[in-house]
Ligand binder design. Sequence first.
Ligand code: 5GP
Ligand code: MG
Length: 177
Amino acid sequence: MITIHDKKFEVYITESEIEFAIEKITQKLFDDFQDETPVFIGVLNGSFRFVAQVIKNYNNNCTISFVKVASYHGTENAAIENLIGLNEDIKDKHVIILEDIVDTGNTVEYLKAELKKQEPKSVKIATLFFKPDVFKKDIKIDYVGIRIQDKFIVGYGLDYDGLGRNLNDVYALSENN
Ligand code: 5GP
Ligand code: MG
């Protein structure tokens, strides 16, 4: 049990389980994009560690960019603001969005629509964590690392009000708060 700000969290998924799941995603990406040079687009801040781990194992041509979509504060969902930081030309390229977690799907839905405006050859979504019970969108999540229950998690890049991104394991909000 650990405390972050005012809340107690318990270990939920270990670093080795996470990295095993990322290896499987990376293998699928490698198989699917073998003869291409895909553009990986990491969604900051939460995905930095997921992106680093994918790239570490992805032994083929690729480019890497990061964008930011302001969409979440604390433990409450908030409205999506906007997309910042896409400097790379993605026209006619295969794009893979790398997200830390897909919850309602608002963020990836918005992002996919924004990226499509630039006429890439394809846009796929890869997420490290996925909450199937919360997700309500009619879009495909192409690559999923780990499906989780509807819990608030921190660690491995994800934060609770700025803290916890440096934790190596993932922690879930405890029921004893
Ligand atoms: P969505 O738009 O799919 O509802 O939520 C996406 C964003 O909300 C994620 O990229 C992440 O930043 C944040 N988010 C959703 N669920 C969680 C969670 O359990 N923990 C943390 N730390 N962030 C979350
Ligand atoms: Mg995110």
